[in-house]
Design a protein around this ligand. Sequence first.
Ligand SMILES: Nc1nc2c(c(=O)[nH]1)N[C@H]1C(S)=C(S)[C@@H](COP(=O)(O)OP(=O)(O)OC[C@H]3O[C@@H](n4cnc5c(=O)[nH]c(N)nc54)[C@H](O)[C@@H]3O)O[C@H]1N2
Ligand SMILES: Nc1nc2c(c(=O)[nH]1)N[C@H]1C(S)=C(S)[C@@H](COP(=O)(O)OP(=O)(O)OC[C@H]3O[C@@H](n4cnc5c(=O)[nH]c(N)nc54)[C@H](O)[C@@H]3O)O[C@H]1N2
Ligand SMILES: [Mo]
Length: 651
Amino acid sequence: MRRRKSEPYVRLVEPLVREHGVLRPAGWEEALERAAEGFRRNVAAKGPDAFGMFSCARATNEMNYVAQKFTRAVIGTNNVDSCNRTCHAPSVAGLARVFDSGGGTSSYREIEDADVVVLWGSNAREAHPIFFQHVLKAVHKGAKLFVVDPRKTSTAKWGHRWLQLHVGTDIPLAHAVAREIIHSGLANEAFIERATEGFAEFKASVEPWTLEVAEEVTGVPKELIRELAHAYARADRGQMSWTLGITEHHNGTNNVLSLINLALLCGHVGRYGAGLNPLRGQNNVQGGGDMGAIPDRLPGFQDILSPEVRAKYDALWGSTIPPYKGQNLTQMLEAMERGDMTCVYIIGENPVQSEADSEHTRKRLSNLDHVVVQDIFLTKTAQLADVVLPASAAWCETDGTFTNSERRVQRVRKALEAPEGARDDIAILCDLARRLGHDEWDYTSAEQVWDELRQLSPMHAGMTYQRLADLGGIQWPCYSEDTIEPSFLHGRLWEEDPAKRGRPAPFSVLDHSPPVDLLSDEFPLRLTTGRRLDSYNTGVQSSGFESPLRRGETLDLCQEDAELLGVRQDELVQISSRRGAIVAPVRIDDGLRPGLAFMTFHFPDEIDVNSITIEATCPIAGTAEYKASAIRVEKLPPGITEDDRFTVVPV
Ligand SMILES: Nc1nc2c(c(=O)[nH]1)N[C@H]1C(S)=C(S)[C@@H](COP(=O)(O)OP(=O)(O)OC[C@H]3O[C@@H](n4cnc5c(=O)[nH]c(N)nc54)[C@H](O)[C@@H]3O)O[C@H]1N2
Ligand SMILES: Nc1nc2c(c(=O)[nH]1)N[C@H]1C(S)=C(S)[C@@H](COP(=O)(O)OP(=O)(O)OC[C@H]3O[C@@H](n4cnc5c(=O)[nH]c(N)nc54)[C@H](O)[C@@H]3O)O[C@H]1N2
Ligand SMILES: [Mo]
């Protein structure tokens, strides 16, 4: 079978501006002036909230600090966000609700010392291979690994136990685990009494979820549910890690809260070795949020609604930060549709291919008066822009810091010169700020930016570049230059003295809510989407190379479903949802259950999977339900050929 291959993206080395509908090369002076003028015009016409910033989770902390400062201090709005919205915003929201801080609670070293590790909705073997090495070290030392995933992933193959639940049934499963722990007398009553609140209501709410009921709803045999409950509760050091199988749902935050409930029940938080750890997505998505590239927090996770916090920033920045939360990425896209947001500055994001229901996103962005895209490649999003600005690649061509999932801030050093014609992300932002009337914007080094941040963010205050280099990175919080805090968070919950213990951690009462895109006779199969080791997100940085590992996009089905549909391995089929249709080859995967299909979103130039996903979002966090769409799979109708894989057929 002939397969169409994505072309590699070519590095952007000169700015582009749109003229008579097409992008043409321009000098930096012209492009920057066009970019600045468009922002000026839109803000003058409709006010600062007509502006939106998509900041870059692959770029440094310093660049994210400058991007959010530009949004707040130069433009005057809090409309700034990043791809954290598409993945772990529910983790941050859930953890912050219970513990006042949205970070993962322990360190990689502690995973190695755990005796039970649960990977819930996470394919760490492929998506977090470095973290997974730490898990394997724990396994070698005797830890028991449980994997909760609807697919038998390569991670699940390493698990001692694999719990194959139906997509979207995580709350019933977590509730049944909780009920079993309570009924077996394994709950940590001393911890519950001392450090939590709302246990009685929680206990009553999980009472209906017997092992039998849960087996019926989740598809996981009750013996396995019991085994997970007993192992996790009896563990001295129980580690719970989760990723998008939990968060990318219309009720993602509630899913996260259902796992936090289990840790509270067993006292598996606030101690060395026990913890709750969302494995973050892009290399610096943790740092982007910490730097305030989110609409409701200033750098250091400080509340935008606090007048004292804003006053501190305004004093140093000479700004007037709006006293209300900005729009998150999901809300910004809605504001574009309403006409309330008319200009956007997108740094290192490719929303046209990464957002659910991509046709809808494309329309929303196409309607804007002014779109500026700053990237290292001419992405499909950049192709819609009015101005395209070529940036240097943060990971090898700039100086700065990144923050990983264990909250460790580490130095990044420039190893290569950026190609001639590309400019540093921070330098571009400073130039634009000056054109918008802020002559004082003249950062000459990443360290200068970092030292400004350290003055404002207590949790970073003690991390000088020198210390970061000497210690090989430091986990936040780090309040002063001569101290290091414990590797885990929330030790306060174990304090005897109530004053030191602080706010109790609340249990959450949660309802089961099945996926929004309902299965029906017309759309009888569940499609879940995710990652593979060989490719990266929308493929911009990983497309166009040959490798035996790499097989391009496929529709993965189990043998039984393939036989029912009368289709074979490699046969092209049409896949339709309530949004549209695509054409892709079948791959038989016996790690799937009848009724469940899997695709990635890594090859959108060949097959645009996000043209069929649903954009139902979590009302608390704004994250889309990428993990559950309803589809129909058919043999190719007569007349449709391989070339039609590009066509979105309206249904
Ligand atoms: N190689 C590679 N690594 C990456 C990336 C990449 O593109 N390629 N992307 C990075 C990014 S941005 C992120 S956010 C992370 C994501 O890392 P992961 O979240 O681990 O990756 P996914 O494959 O999206 O989803 C994880 C698993 O969720 C399962 N799942 C689906 N539905 C459900 C459900 O209802 N319940 C449960 N319990 N599980 C379910 C899927 O079967 C899948 O195996 O990876 C990062 N690392
Ligand atoms: N169907 C489906 N869709 C999904 C998901 C899913 O599981 N299923 N997962 C979602 C998740 S978790 C995420 S995080 C998103 C990812 O969505 P995006 O972040 O939109 O996608 P990426 O492909 O990672 O795009 C990153 C862009 O950053 C640019 N870039 C890299 N380094 C730099 C730099 O230093 N400076 C600048 N200026 N640009 C740079 C790259 O060239 C690329 O264009 O996709 C989401 N979409
Ligand atoms: Mo992500």
